[in-house]
Design a binder for this molecule. Structure first.
Ligand code: MIG
Length: 682
């Protein structure tokens, strides 16, 4: 059951697509302290789940989170915001209920930080819509919420393959080398990413003629090898006479403007730039149409960056900085003044005052940016996806974004932003997955191996052992860090085998992704959600169910040779070096220490469940699903619902694409439905 409460003049974010009638009167569960402030008193046992892309554990209790899309590359424990604003959470204690605050301004979710026992929600000035959801379990509440916000984005099937990226590939030859190294060393690969260096002076929808003389031919050459090029698009448009995107934007008033009616000039990668006004319907359509320039050159996927939007500086504020510095010039500085000077110079990025300095034209109404800040990345990505519907209505195009708000999950996926090559960030990657699924973000993953800092071979391997289960599986790293393509390391063979396992797992991972999207369910489920009666399971925060058949428990500490695992039921462990090399062991319900060598993936199969393995190829296209080998723990009888489609089309009818595979304890297998693969239990 869902109830909707409205306060004041609110902004229609279009996060919710299902019509919900407004309820008048008191909000249940929460105590209204005043307009925009609600509290809830927690028992000692109460847990809080959700909030999508945010730091810390699966249980969010004990910290304060701010909903404020922020470009912060330091994903450490004491920050409050990342790139997304995902205002949905579930309280699980003496009462179980869900809360969604639908409002694009800044919101503070104090989950027992100020007072250990108190949840305190503080919504910045402005109207809002509050939804309270009830159900008989966490999972049913999540499902109801997901139904409200509409079906999650579905990428093309090739986007479930491996992607190689690096901020630093500068020319066609760099791209060719990556392709060649993967193909010659038999490491499967489906995509290579183009970071900002493919553009001419960082101008969106341009290609540098010197370094990329013929993108169309390059895209074709890559496609012949089964590889897709995926270029980045940044939010801000460079100010440059003669650059059509700039000139059209100026002529039509499509950029965000200051109070004085002049375009706000911000400094980001292209230098002086303007922000397209994605909240303006016409501007949104105009910018979206520009993606066609690249689609016409054979591009089938994009990633949208810098759309919180990130600001390195504004020209207006730089003037203030220089004026401020005058005061210190030529003086013998006191320590206090020295800090002041330092803050002045270092504090130019993503400033509150800058976000208050420009306006959107939303259906003719002028709205100050900070009032709708959290929608910017959402509407940028919507701009692209709405255009894809016009440009290529029958084809799925890959799209994912850095900034997001709930609602954007219908238009694209997200990646988890600028993490670091730290062991703790493997765990953070795992712990963010369920919260994101709760909020509708299904196509997601982190920069494997870590974006910032230098990686190590063992970190890369361990991270990959989690990464092969995430829908988005991309190795990405920052300029200046250690190169981390798999062929840069000694044990390339181990990487090849683990990536190979991902491709073998494709029928399973794709089926589980599609079923969870089409049924509005989670793909990555905490044990606490799946086994609510099990007091031990409730406390497990470093293992997840992935789909209906398996549990994963990746190793995320350096120099470990295994880890402790809790099994909420008897399971069969497959300890896998590759799709062909594996040991199995049946483990009882309870605690175990399980060994896991550096090149081994642990897959725990649930009773009467199966995992179909294909014969992996060098890319998704070449993966052969005509005969399937089944990992299984059949004690009596189990049925697996396999989902398969052409991977491009948009006809997602479940019945049409589903095959039921039933296996019995005596080894008998029955197959019925859309396809007729040969099946064998292993
Ligand atoms: O200020 O385009 O998160 O993936 O490599 C950094 C360069 C801008 C941030 C993205 C990252 C990308 C980088 N970008």
């Amino acid at each position: 059951m869902v109830r909707k409460y409205v306060l004041g003049k609110y902004f229609e974010t279009e996060a919710v697509v299902k019509a919900v009638e407004e309820t008048k009167g008191e909000v249940p569960f929460l105590k209204k302290e005043s307009d925009g402030i609600y509290t809830y008193n927690m028992d000692e046992e109460t847990a809080v789940y959700g909030l999508g892309e945010s730091i810390r554990g699966i249980n969010k209790r004990g910290w304060v989170y701010e909903s404020h899309c922020n470009d912060d590359p330091n994903h450490v424990e004491n920050i409050r915001s990342l790139y997304g604003a995902h205002n949905f959470f579930v309280v699980d204690g003496r009462e179980t209920f869900g809360v969604f605050v639908d409002a694009p301004q800044k919101i503070c979710f104090d989950m027992g930080y100020g007072k250990r026992e108190e949840i305190r929600i503080t919504i910045d000035e402005g109207g809002y819509v509050l939804y309270i959801l009830e159900g008989d379990s966490i999972l049913s509440i999540v499902k109801e919420f997901r139904k409200m916000i509409g079906r999650s984005y579905i990428p093309p099937k090739w986007a479930f393959g491996y992607g190689q990226s690096r901020w630093g590939y500068k020319c066609e030859e760099d791209i060719r080398r990556v392709a060649r190294e993967h193909r010659s060393k038999n490491i499967p690969l489906d995509s290579i990413y183009l970071d900002i260096d493919y553009m001419e002076r960082y101008k969106d929808f341009t290609v540098d003629k010197e370094r990329f003389p013929n993108l169309k031919a390059l895209a074709e050459e890559m496609k012949e090898q089964g590889i897709h090029l995926v270029p980045i698009i940044d939010a801000a448009v460079k100010v440059e006479e003669g650059y059509p995107v700039y000139e059209e934007g100026i002529k039509n008033g499509y950029f965000c403007k200051k109070a004085d009616g002049k375009e706000q000039t911000v400094g980001v990668w292209p230098g002086n730039s303007h922000f397209p006004d994605f909240l303006n319907d016409e501007a949104r359509e105009w910018f979206g149409n520009k993606y066609k320039i690249l689609i016409d050159q054979g591009i089938e996927g994009f990633w949208n960056d810098m759309n919180e939007p990130a600001i390195f500086f504004t020209q207006d504020h730089l003037k203030e900085v220089f004026e401020g510095l005058e005061e210190f010039k030529g003086k013998n500085l006191e320590v206090g003044d020295f800090w002041k000077m330092k803050d002045l110079v270092l504090g130019t990025a993503n400033r509150k005052e800058d976000y208050e300095s420009f306006y959107h034209n939303y259906k003719g109404e002028k709205i100050r940016h900070d009032r709708v800040h959290n929608l910017y990345g959402y509407y940028m990505t919507r701009s692209a996806q709405e255009a894809f519907e016009r440009i290529a209505p029958d084809k799925r195009i890959l799209m994912y974004s850095r900034a997001s708000y709930i609602g954007m999950h219908r238009y694209g996926g997200i990646w988890m932003g600028d993490n670091q090559s730290w062991w703790s960030h493997i765990l953070l990657n795992l712990q963010m997955l369920p919260g994101l699924n709760m909020c509708g973000f299904m196509y997601t993953g982190a920069d494997l191996g870590g974006f910032g800092s230098d990686t190590t071979e063992d970190l890369m391997l361990r991270w990959l052992e989690l990464g092969i289960f995430t829908p988005l599986m991309r190795n990405h790293s920052a300029l200046g860090t250690r190169e981390q393509e798999f062929y840069q390391f000694g044990n390339t063979d181990a990487f090849r085998r683990i990536i190979g396992l991902r491709y073998a797992l494709l029928p399973y991972l794709y089926s589980e992704f599609m079923k969870s999207v089409l049924k509005d369910e989670m793909m990555f489920t905490p044990l606490a959600f799946a086994c609510p009666e099990d007091e031990q399971a409730k406390l497990v925060s470093d293992q997840l169910f992935v789909g209906e058949s398996i549990m994963i428990a990746p190793v995320y500490t350096q120099n470990a040779q295994g880890r402790y695992v809790y099994l909420p039921e008897e399971m069969k462990l497959y300890r896998m070096k590759s799709e062909n090399e594996m040991e199995t062991e049946i483990l009882s319900k309870g605690h175990h220490y399980v060994k896991a060598g550096l090149d081994e993936v642990l897959i725990f199969v649930r009773p009467d469940s199966m995992v179909p393995l294909a014969k992996g190829g060098c890319c998704v296209e070449e993966t052969d699903t005509s005969s399937l080998r089944l990992l299984h723990f059949i004690k009596d009888k189990g049925t697996y619902q396999l989902y398969n489609d052409d991977g491009y089309g948009k006809d997602y009818d479940m019945d049409m694409h589903t095959t039921a595979i039933t296996a019995y304890a005596d080894g008998k297998i029955e197959v019925s439905g859309a396809e007729n693969p040969k099946c064998e239990l292993i």
